[in-house]
Ligand binder design. Structure first.
Ligand code: ZN
Ligand code: ZN
Length: 269
């Protein structure tokens, strides 16, 4: 299984001299197994993946959404396959949320917020909703979802193929001192897990209720679940390259198989 990180930042796309190493695009990861692939979330990183898919004349696309906050859908109107009449794009949502994916995208892509609407897309678009627990078989990839605490609802996503497992767990908030046992079970023995590492534990005290978690909580979950590789993900927008390198050093000291994910990183698991 190969993972490509197109966007690893949380909340808002960023671009400053302090964002050169880790990048500033928001959440988007593509998961590849053999000739099959699936996209997790459509943050601003999706624009780069879309250009690559257009070049390669990809005609079938599956995008799974963890939830519909703007940093996870803002790449949608810039995704080239939507404007290719020969392309089919399937948009997958999971479980219960405040709104349907269709409602979220049509309200985001409407005036006065955005000049074009979903009706301007030329690809064949399918909205596919999967109730909790049922999961989905997308080509060779088995996808499952777990509801995680986040304002408006969110789901951790899991991709499995060829005996490999990748867990994508963002955005979510933890309760201090109470590990999310269902998330630990969902992550159990995964080859790689990424987690919402917006804050660190010292900042979190003043950020409770914001819907996000810390890299230290991610480490605790990854250790409890015995995951083989732990990826720090959904970086706080203003977190500098220097600060992220320091976090990586501290995380690796506690759990050597930790790393800070960065835009355009390719990983084989
Ligand atoms: Zn987010
Ligand atoms: Zn969110």
């Amino acid at each position: 299984m190969e993972l490509i990180f197109w966007g690893t930042r949380g909340s808002l796309p960023m671009n400053t001299p302090a964002h050169r190493i880790f990048g500033g695009n928001t959440s988007c990861v593509s998961v590849h197994a053999g000739e099959h692939s699936v996209i997790f979330d459509a943050g601003s990183g999706l624009i780069h993946l879309g250009s690559k898919m257009a070049e390669q004349e990809v005609r079938e696309v599956d995008i799974c959404f963890s939830h519909f906050h703007s940093d996870h859908i803002c790449g949608v109107p810039f995704f080239k396959p939507f404007f290719d009449p020969d392309c089919t794009v399937r948009l997958h949502s999971f479980g219960v949320a405040e709104a349907t994916l269709y409602d979220a995208l049509t309200s985001y892509l409407s005036r006065p917020i955005f000049p074009i609407s979903i009706d301007d897309f030329q690809a064949k678009i399918e909205f596919i909703h999967h109730p909790d627990g049922a999961g989905a078989q997308l080509g060779g990839l088995q996808i499952s979802a777990l509801e995680i605490p986040h304002p408006g609802g969110a789901h951790a996503l899991k991709a499995q193929a060829d005996g490999k497992t990748f867990v994508y767990a963002t955005d979510t908030e933890h309760t201090i001192g109470e590990a999310n046992q269902s998330l630990i079970a969902f992550m159990r023995d995964a080859d790689m897990t990424v987690y919402d590492c917006t804050f660190d534990d010292s900042e979190f005290e003043h950020r409770q209720g914001w819907g996000h978690s810390t890299w230290q909580e991610g480490l605790r979950l990854a250790q409890a679940a015995q995951v083989k590789k732990f990826g720090i993900f959904h970086h706080e927008p203003e977190r500098s390259d220097e600060a992220l390198m320091e976090i990586e050093k501290q995380a690796q000291h506690q759990l050597p198989q930790s790393l800070v994910t960065r835009d355009f990183m390719h990983l084989k698991i």
